[in-house]
Write a protein of this length. Structure first.
Length: 227
């Protein structure tokens, strides 16, 4: 058992435990959807696949539905089980995690919309690095949920540190594309679209870090800025 809120699996089962487990399971399903959305959006961008881009855009509603179910489950648990102290903090943190995941889904959809507009455009430098950013971001979504399930403070800190990798790639993408736009004015429109896609991925990394801060707080009681 860790300091702060114990991992759900380590506690004796009760109606509150079962309700919390349902909320946690909802979070895990939602995170899996978001991870898939990010990876699909990256493939759509890299492969210039309009069908896949449209699938990501249509899939955003599933992420929204998953968030609504988590929020409803949290509200019902608070109303019927009257959790206090650690349990209440845990439920409120899960609700915040669901909100962060929903925004990540929105960002993946924004990438897909840019990918759809780039289908008929010539290639531009930096796209490969954007795809690498997306792969790292999707990996971090999976890792931070592992940290949340186990309330693993060490893993949460490691995940937050890896956001620097996304930031470095973003700066590389920006520099590469700006240089190409300066050299070729006709590349400006598609260059801006790729930069926007990279920006949305960079925001996913920031939201992963926000969840990492929640995990650190729940595990240790310490409020920290991990950015």
């Amino acid at each position: 058992m860790m300091d702060g809120v114990p991992a759900l699996e380590s506690r004796q089962r009760s109606p509150l435990d079962r309700d919390e487990r349902q909320v946690k399971d909802g979070i895990l399903r939602m995170a899996s959807l978001v991870e898939t959305q990010i990876r699909m959006a990256m493939r759509a961008l890299q492969d210039r696949d309009p069908i896949l881009a449209q699938e990501v855009i249509a899939g955003d509603e599933r992420v929204n539905d998953a968030q609504r179910r988590v929020t409803e489950a949290v509200a019902m648990t608070i109303a019927t089980q009257s959790p206090v102290a650690r349990d209440l903090r845990f439920l409120l943190a899960l609700n915040h995690v669901a909100a962060e995941l929903e925004r990540m889904g929105d960002h993946a959809t924004s990438v897909a919309k840019q990918a759809r507009r780039l289908v008929d455009e010539p290639p531009i430098g930096g796209t490969t690095d954007v795809a690498r950013m997306g792969s790292v971001a999707a990996d971090l979504v999976r890792a931070i949920l592992d940290a949340l399930v186990d309330l693993d403070e060490r893993l949460a800190r490691e995940v937050a540190q890896r956001d620097d990798e996304i930031d470095h790639l973003y700066r590389d993408v920006f520099s590469t594309i700006v240089a190409e736009m300066r050299a070729d004015p006709e590349a400006v429109d598609r260059g801006v679209r790729v930069i926007l896609a990279a920006h949305w991925i960079e925001r996913i990394g920031d939201r992963v870090t926000n969840i990492a801060e929640d995990v650190v707080y729940l595990a240790s009681g310490s409020v920290e800025d991990l950015n």
